[in-house]
Design a protein around this ligand. Sequence first.
Ligand SMILES: [Zn+2]
Length: 213
Amino acid sequence: MLFETRCAGCDAPGLAICRTCRFALVGPPPEAQAHGVIAAVPFTGRAREVVLSLRNRKRRQIARHLGGLLANRLVEAEVHSDLDVVTWTPTGSRWRRQPGFDQAELIARTVGRQLGVPTRRLLARPGPVTALKGKRRSEHLGGPEFAAKPGLSGCNVVVVDDVVATGATLLAASDALEQQGAHHVTLAAVASTSAALGAKVLSFRRAPRAVAA
Ligand SMILES: [Zn+2]
């Protein structure tokens, strides 16, 4: 059968995410991250399979499911009450196989809908993305460069990515938003890799700011 649906977590035929994998995704939240990112699931086991399938295959249904999990986590973390806007880190060319498909955007839009907060495209990657060619993101500790839309003065923003590892991408996004006046930026990701990686970026990026403040 040409369009047979298979589970994104275990490949069983039937639903986009089978019952077993759905339950597996509703585990305890990942360990607190040194870079302060709020994540819904650890990037391991079935959760990892599901998130990867979102990148590798065009699956809007899964994006909505994962976005729902992240929205719940943000409510638990009590960051939703004074939010103004939800946005996302625009996907680099590495993952963008289908024009117009950005998994972080799909997740962010679900989060915004569930929290009753508008979702807006606030970030862009200026210049050619090829500048990062040959460099792994993890080696690029400063993260990619983003430009944020002006006029965010006093705004409380949630910025969403699909997977967080070093935190460099989300921190770079946060910097760009703060440069345009954002008051408070919450960093959020569907899945996070081990917390150990985060500490490196934290000391690299956050220390100078703490001194300045
Ligand atoms: Zn499954």
